[in-house]
Unconditional design. Structure first.
Lengths: 513, 98, 499
């Protein structure tokens, strides 16, 4: 679902109709994400929830499914999930319970997964997102529910895949890690929307501290259900489920590849099979997974080991109060009100700490464009060079506002500003006003025509040959001459005034109209 | 309610129990007899009755997110039917759904 | 009375007073087990070294001035409770050699209070059965008649206490597994309110029904054990966060003012005449001791067995999925994972376990869930509501613990006839009520070596353990049935043998 903002230019291509034998088709996608929650401990036991530990070291009777062990839910995990839902305007039902999903798998210790069947912790909600072309989209959430992760199997075969393996090795460190499953409605129409949706989820989860959302570490996994249908048709086509994408980029590629595959089938008169397909990154295509899609009988029933969760309105209010500013609200403001570009706004919001800094600078009175240029430019460069994040640098937002104002007022030039930004980034006596520093250190911009004219005269005298070139029509040497004036003034001359006085001194070049 | 018929072979597959044909027949008869008794429940008027999943009503039993000691790896692996180094070794998995 | 035949209350007093030592008691008790257990078969394993270690610790603590509620009391533990470092089998081949790396909360509390772990006792496999005959590992005999079953599933624990091979024992009760064998062996068996005693470390059969409870020679001893192990456990989310009222110190001596409910639906005319006479006498004793009998109705009680045999197997089918040969226990290797699961579980589970897994899987499966599982849960609501109504008119409900005394081995080859053994105990389990069996007399069935004990089941409202134990104690003191007969001498040469 996309709407075009009147003010923003639209770029075609994000969701072009697919022509199949003269009929315009569209792709319809629903995305299910599994997101590992960033807690200290697992969902139902006190073992550490960390990635990359030595195999089978963060395990106990509970997460190994040993006889007699019992689960006790992690309050933090439940609260994080509810906050994630609230961030997307989901409803928090008053009653929620855990159910057992029964099926056998070697990396699932109890041979049932504690999950939620018909009473998820959150219901509904909407994820808004901006597309690179300036359009805005939304995807409705069906629900977010809580479950436990499985262990990790390594398949002993040449390519690590199940096919052809002789046996598997299992590490249960991940078993029991809290996992939230975000089920999206089939509102997505293109790979670009899919990626924008996933980035919107990630941005919010990271900002809330709900998850690291690292696809490469498996803390975000997503499955895409994709089908094609003629535009205007209400019912959905037969869908395929695509799995095994390990980056947002591969999600986009897998979708494009799967759309092409299904379109080819329909084009040649075939029927799309309902099946699960794995994305093969190297081959750049999806392939049917070994197992045939068969009806599972998971025998869900309420877990008798776990009393239900009942949220009072006061609990929800308390958690809502912990949300802070939503990245989406910030994006909307930056793009809609402060008129930053889509790329600038996302760059600011997606780098943790920059958005707060930027907001503080703008709140203290700086112009958004000047603020974003400095934050994404010099400040981000300095953060990289010094290893000190912008948020903890010595350069306070109030000082940056002074620096921006000083340039705007012509008190200093931008070169001086840059020098001072670099200096203040590491050390700044914040209590000394900038005006005093400028006066004390003689950093003020020279905007006095008389003073500049005398430097101009010196420069032209020393560069007679260049002056001649200008007069004979080679006007691009002006840059060099301005540079010489700046150098003579030790950087303090007003560059615009310097150029103006040089032009006056040199007269009209030949060939000018 | 269903009558005293039970597809023992299908249910055994779900439950991952290998049964001999003789067992399928014997268990089928025994469980059929139980189902006949169980079908008596159809006589109870339960339409407007809430289901009891837990007999003592409790809610919001949770623990704080605090680390507790895990088990020593050797203790865990020494009881494994088969291990390989630091891992549990399990037989070949065929397909997504073992 | 020899000190190892004393009650837990007497032993704890004597050990705390340093009149005897825990080490002496442990050694004497292991010698006793050595003499008698060949014939009785109560134990699957003895934990002699652990017992000595704990006994020494208890003696040291007492010497240092501590007073322990269970100082030196010899304890038998049903083999479905985990004790770190010991083999914990559930009397199943699938766990025959499994060593638990942790200890059940209830056990840990008793050990911390000074109890001495003698060993792990036999049971019906995974606690599924009413005779102990479903053990895959050993046969246990009733000490009153070695040709009869001890009852089940806590048959080993009950036989151990009855045979003097333990002072107290822990059992678990899902539908009657403490009360029915306690009745069969002439001892006290007590199932507390669901959620009162932590299930952490109790190998689950049916999670919403399982409850650990004490087995002892006297009501007072059961109260003593209950007081030590009851209460909230952060490791069990279903354990109840509610203060525990001490029971052992508030027992009563008479029944004046007590209203005892007699259930219409449990009319005694269903019983054989000699057994009926015992229960009629028991009800008369209640009146003699000051109680008033009040007729009450449990219209849904007859649906208990049907309800139970859907709910318990459904939960068990899921609880026992984890026994798959991957991480612990038996593995029978197949060509792939699926074949390994099926071969392992086929070889590892006995018939009764398989039957219950099958019926439970069926009750939860697609298309049958509402008709079976949900309907049973609704029936459970009605049963609990009937009890609540009945308790408006009475303080406890009295009824037989079982319809017969202990029967002979292999007497019940039809599974369903065995299920009916729990007719009187299942409704209370479904309602989560505290319920116990106390000896109430004897009957001599045809072919028995001598009189066989019978039990009176007393059940109270949720969390009314104090009232229940108090009333049971008054009845026990007022009748003294346990001292009217004693078990025949147990031949030390006999063996019931491994199965």
């Amino acid at each position: 679902m996309s709407v075009t903002l009147g003010a923003t230019a639209t770029m075609p291509g994000a969701k072009t109709a697919i022509d199949i034998n003269g009929v315009a088709y569209e792709a319809v996608m629903g995305i299910e994400c599994h997101v590992e929650l960033k807690t200290e401990t697992k969902m139902f036991c006190g073992c550490r929830n960390i990635f990359g530990a030595e195999p089978n070291t963060n395990v106990c009777p509970v997460c190994l499914g040993m006889p007699g062990a019992l689960p006790v839910p992690n309050r933090r995990a439940i609260e994080l999930l509810v906050m994630a839902g609230l961030a997307f305007s989901a409803e928090i039902p008053a009653f929620s319970k855990f159910d057992r999903k029964n099926y056998f798998y070697p990396d699932m210790p109890k041979d049932y997964q504690i999950s939620q069947f018909d009473t998820p912790l959150t219901q509904g909600g909407v994820v808004p997102f901006w597309l690179p072309d300036g359009t805005q989209g939304t995807c409705r959430l069906t629900r977010i529910h809580l479950e436990e992760d499985t262990g990790k199997s390594t398949h002993a075969s040449r390519d690590g895949r199940i096919a052809g393996s002789t046996h598997s090795l299992v590490d249960f460190n991940r078993a029991g890690v809290p996992l939230m499953e975000c089920v999206g409605e089939p509102d997505i129409r293109s790979g670009a929307e899919a990626v924008a949706y996933l980035e919107a989820l990630k941005r919010t989860f990271v900002a809330l501290g709900v998850s690291d959302v690292k696809m490469e570490e498996g803390s975000l996994r997503c499955d895409v259900n994709l089908s094609l249908r003629p535009i205007g048709q209400a019912e959905y086509g037969t869908k395929a489920e695509i799995k095994n994408m390990n980056s947002f980029n591969s999600v986009a590629r897998a979708i494009e590849s799967e759309i092409a595959r299904q379109a080819d089938i329909i084009r040649s008169g075939g029927r799309v099979e309902q099946e699960t397909r794995g994305w093969d990154e190297a081959a750049g295509e999806t392939h049917a997974m070994r197992s045939k899609e068969k009806a599972h009988d998971y025998r869900y029933f309420p877990d008798p080991d776990l009393p239900p969760i009942e949220f009072a309105e006061s609990d929800v209010t308390r958690l809502r109060g912990m949300l802070g500013v939503s990245p989406q609200v910030r994006l909307d403001r930056m793009i809609g009100v402060e008129k930053l570009s889509i790329v600038q706004a996302h760059n600011i919001v997606d780098k943790l700490g920059l958005a707060d800094y930027y907001d503080a600078v703008v709140a203290a009175g700086a112009k958004p464009q000047a603020a974003v240029n400095l934050v994404l430019g010099d400040l981000s460069r300095l953060a990289n060079e010094t290893g000190t994040p912008v948020s903890t640098s010595a350069l306070r937002p109030s000082r940056l506002v002074e620096l921006i104002a000083a340039v705007d007022a012509g008190t200093i030039n931008s070169k001086t500003q840059k020098t001072l930004v670099e200096r203040f980034y590491t050390t700044d006596a914040a209590e000394i006003p900038l005006t005093k520093i400028i006066v004390d250190e003689g950093l003020g911009q020279v905007s006095d025509s008389g003073a500049i004219d005398s430097i101009v005269a010196e420069v032209l005298a020393a560069n007679e040959k260049t002056a001649g070139e200008y007069r004979s029509g080679k006007v691009k040497v002006m840059g060099f001459l301005v540079g010489q004036v700046m150098k003579q003034s030790r950087g303090k001359a007003n560059p615009a005034l310097a150029e103006e006085r040089l032009r006056a001194a040199l007269g009209e070049p030949e060939g000018a109209a | 309610m269903a009558s005293g018929e039970i597809d023992v072979a299908y249910v055994a597959k779900l439950a991952r129990l290998a049964l001999t044909p003789a067992e399928v027949e014997r268990f089928g008869a025994q469980l059929g007899a139980l189902l006949v008794h169980v079908d008596e429940l159809a006589k109870l008027p339960v339409d407007d009755v809430a289901a009891t999943a837990q007999v003592i009503p409790q809610s919001n039993v949770m623990r704080d997110d605090i680390v507790r000691p895990s088990l020593d790896r050797e203790t865990v692996l020494v009881g494994a039917p088969r291990r390989e180094g630091s891992y549990f070794r399990v037989p070949r998995i065929i397909g997504e759904d073992a | 009375m020899n000190s190892i035949d004393a009650t837990a209350t007497e032993i704890a007093r004597a050990v705390n007073a340093r009149e005897t030592s825990a080490v002496e008691l442990a050694d004497a008790m292991h010698a006793r087990i050595g003499e008698r257990d060949g014939a009785v078969g109560a134990y699957l394993s003895e934990t002699s070294e652990l017992a000595r270690e704990y006994a020494k610790r208890v003696d040291a603590r007492v010497a240092a001035g501590e007073r322990l509620p269970l100082a030196g009391v010899p304890l038998a533990i049903k083999d479905n409770m985990c004790v770190a470092g010991t083999v914990t089998t559930c009397a199943s081949k699938i766990l025959e050699h499994w060593i638990s790396p942790y200890t059940a909360t209830a056990v840990a509390r008793l050990l911390d209070a000074g109890a001495i772990p003698l060993g792990k006792t036999n049971m019906d496999e995974f606690a599924m059965g009413s005779s102990c005959e479903n053990s895959a590992l050993r046969k246990t005999a009733n000490p009153w008649d070695l040709g009869r079953v001890p009852g089940g599933s806590s048959g080993g624990s009950v036989a151990a206490v009855a045979a003097g091979e333990a002072t107290i024992a822990l059992g678990s009760d899902t539908g009657g597994s403490i009360r029915e064998p306690a009745a069969f062996c002439g001892v006290v068996g007590f199932k507390p309110t669901y959620g009162r005693v932590s299930r952490y470390g109790l190998i689950a059969f049916a999670s919403s029904l399982d409850q650990i409870g004490p087995i002892s020679k006297t009501v007072e001893d059961s109260a003593l054990v209950y007081d030590v192990m009851a209460g909230l456990d952060p490791m069990d989310a279903t354990s109840v966060d509610r203060p525990v009222e001490a029971t052992a110190t508030t027992l009563r001596e008479d029944l004046r003012g007590v209203r005892v409910g007699i259930v219409d639906e449990f009319a005694l005319d269903k019983l054989d005449a000699d057994i009926r006479a015992v229960y009629e006498a028991a009800y008369a004793d209640l009146v003699r001791l000051g109680a008033t009998l009040v007729p009450v109705k449990l219209p849904t009680a007859d649906y208990g067995v049907a309800t139970y045999y859907l709910i318990a197997p459904a939960e068990c089918s899921s609880n026992l999925a984890r026994f798959d040969g991957m991480r612990y226990g038996l593995r029978v290797e197949g060509a792939d994972v699926g074949a390994t699961y099926e071969a392992t579980r086929a070889a590892g589970f006995g018939d009764e376990v398989k039957r219950r897994i099958l019926i439970g899987t069926y009750a939860l499966s697609s298309g049958f869930y509402d008709a079976y599982y949900v309907r049973a849960q609704k029936a459970r609501t009605l049963i609990a509501a009937d009890f609540a109504k009945a308790f408006a008119d009475c303080d406890v409900i009295a009824c037989p613990s079982a319809s017969t005394p202990a029967f002979e081995f292999d007497a019940k080859s039809d599974p369903f006839s065995m299920y009916l053994m729990d007719y009187y105990t299942i409704p209370m389990s479904l309602a989560g009520l505290p319920s116990l069996s106390v000896p109430c007399g004897y009957a001599t069935p045809a072919g028995a070596a001598g009189p066989m004990p019978l039990g009176l089941e007393l059940s109270a409202p949720l969390f009314a353990e104090r009232a229940l134990l108090g009333i049971a104690h008054a009845y026990e003191r007022g009748t003294m049935h346990a001292s009217k007969q004693s078990i025949p001498a147990i031949p030390s040469s006999a063996t019931v043998g491994a199965r």
